[in-house]
Design a protein around this ligand. Sequence first.
Ligand code: ZN
Length: 708
Amino acid sequence: MSEIERMNESQAAAELERLAREIARHNRLYHTDDAPEISDADYDALIRRNAEIEAAFPHLKRGDSPSLQVGAEPAGHLSKVPHARPMMSLDNAFSDEEVVEFVARVRRFLSLADDEPVALTAEPKIDGLSCSLRYENRVLVRALTRGDGQTGEDVTANVRTISDIPDRLPDSAPNIFEVRGEVYMAKADFAALNERLRAGADDPDKARQFANPRNAAAGSLRQKDASVTADRPLRFLVHGWGETSALPGDTQTQVIRAIAAMGFPRADSFTRTETTDEALAVYRAIEAARADLPFDIDGVVYKVDRLDWQQRLGFVARAPRWAMAHKFPAERAQTTLNAIDIQVGRTGKLTPVARLEPVTVGGVVVTNATLHNADEIERLGVHPGDRVVLQRAGDVIPQIVENLSRDDERAPWPFPKHCPECGSAAERDAGEVDWRCSGGLICPAQRVERLRHFVSRHALDIEGLGTTNIESFFRDSLIETPADIFRLSEETLVARDRWAETSARNLIAAIEAKRNPPLDRFLFALGIRHVGAITARDLARRWTSWEAFRAMIERMEQKRAELIRATGESDDKFLARTGKEMAAIAETAGVGPEVSLALADFFAEPHNREAVADLLSQITPADVIHETRESEVSGLTVVFTGSLQTMSRDEAKAQAEALGARTAGSVSAKTGLVVAGPGAGLKLNKARDLGIRIIDEAEWARIVAAAQ
Ligand code: ZN
């Protein structure tokens, strides 16, 4: 059994929580601060571990799951602009088998015959910064970074200084054309830049140095002052496109060649392959040439060549179904574990962090690694002073994979018995892997984490109220609870050191703008255990208003009171067994016993009720207005039965969802439409008995086409 198969639910949930936070932190370090602490290979290892645990425990998938997100939020100083089409990220493969499985998945989704060739393109995956260049009437009008995939940073002025990027396209180019590719710095240029920075510094030993070419490229492109960018040796390679008024080709290969003909550089090793074996041969050739390439790469990207197939395959969560990045293996290094520190999270979770003797792994200097929990420390048998093997895969947090000083005679490193922040006793519930601070609201670390969560991007998203301000306002007792944020005034801020009138006014305006947060953001912001952004959205969609949601919570309370009266039991263990009853009252798809229990428990706490009431004296959550998409089947529950000839079941379901319909596996009185193919049996009969509308595949295709 694998380590993941051995996990129980609470271990898996805890690990997903840890991964979400860890990955978010690394995203921030990588995308916003340009200061990653771990290698790409290690980052990928975290993303992958998250995906594997989610696959084994699909119901535990978090609303803030890294698998639903791309990159990180954009940095503050550049203006943010939405992408005309989202910039997706790619799923990763680490073995040949996964690539074979990727192609098999494509075949199944498209219902292709076994002998139908699936041509792929293969090209090196450059380690740079993705950019989207928008041309209107053949003139470059805007350049955006990837940002979070939905919204990028405006780097138009900076991009104009890159000589690989033309300002104008030839007359043959479409009117609207977004060219996408990677801005990067060549290895030799990177070394020369660092040398120049060192030579130009007053004290060469303290000169600013970039850790690797990717950070140098990101730091150079995302400058406020484009003349700094102009001074940096940036280059560009095309790998795709966004919005277009016309496409110069029917395949990936044709369009990329057409873009190259317009004057954009493309990778020399870009290849169209007929078979999976050919694609894997290209991977090996590129891997062998890796050290000699002028730029850093971390793998090979495959894309389905036919664009009509790409269209049908579409996207799932954050990634296209028609592309995959085949990553090179993780890199390892040895170093010394100097110390083990404990970090305190929002829910009081105590997470051990390894402080390491700095070591370079795959081009990045690593100083920290996660140790996950006390069990992991015991499993590795680590103590400060030990030599350890560090592994870094992708832009993920490095993991300690081996302890070279392991000595089973030693007692395990003693996990602290007290919270390092407030001194309260650390406690661990039976079956849980994590130790938690028992200080609750008296623990300043937990309170600050909750405030930070409250204003974070998926919660109230209050601009300008970052970690530094939260911590300093909290330290000075300006804000102690979320409601206090809305009691801040310009006068209070201006009275503080280093606060100019403009910044005070801007912050107060940003806070004022959030007095009517959407219900889902409000629910997420409360920081209820297990209620991530997606769960909050599901709850908000089901209950649509705060009043209706609160009435549902009251029904939970009444039910609990009834159960307590009926059984005479009322302790925590008894309450923990009421999950099923609570879930029945929550009536929300995707909200199971665990989340429902967390909801009931949260609102049963008097101090939480007080905090929420106080908050509601300041702000009013906005009701959810359901948007319906124009199609004949919007809002209906559709059942597909029998065999489909032109598409797979998955594709049909994806189409239905895109049209605002729900899909179900069985026919009932709630079914609105049945799409029946040859061989349909019992379900078809039942639909006839119930008088439900029945159509064939051709009619379904007509409905789909009509909605486009
Ligand atoms: Zn504490």
